[in-house]
Write a protein of this length. Structure first.
Length: 128
């Protein structure tokens, strides 16, 4: 039985190398993304909480369905309890990089990480 590698042509090898280079460039860009400086929580219309990302705190956020719990620690900001039926926001995990967010749509809570000072993120367009 012939080895799998014998069936690969020069074009196949070039494609594999190109895909590996693209993946490595994506990982390098992800690793160099600016870290966030603060956590901003909104309830749809207004900002209800702003906290530094390097703090170790726990907050209860009130929404139309009830209380959600936000925790900030060395891993980042994450929702640890929510009254919504599917609890998708609990599975989003911690966020640390500028621009990342967690949304609890049924409870109308949006948690996002923003940069501070010089690291402020540049947006092309913001729509409301």
């Amino acid at each position: 039985m012939r080895s799998f590698w014998r069936f690969m042509t020069t074009g196949d090898w070039l494609l594999v190398v190109a895909l590996l280079a693209i993946a490595a460039a994506g990982l390098a860009r992800l690793a160099s993304a600016p870290g966030g400086g603060r956590v901003v929580v909104t309830d749809g219309e207004r900002t209800v909480l702003t906290a530094p990302l390097d703090s170790h705190n726990s907050f209860e956020l009130n929404g139309p369905l009830g209380l959600s719990r936000l925790e900030i620690d060395e891993r980042g900001a994450r929702i640890t309890a929510a009254p919504c039926p599917r609890r998708v926001c609990l599975t989003m995990g911690p966020i640390r990089q500028s621009g990342e967010l967690i949304a609890c749509i049924p409870n109308r809570i949006l948690v996002r990480v923003e940069a501070t000072g010089i690291q402020e993120a540049a947006f092309d367009l913001i729509s409301r």
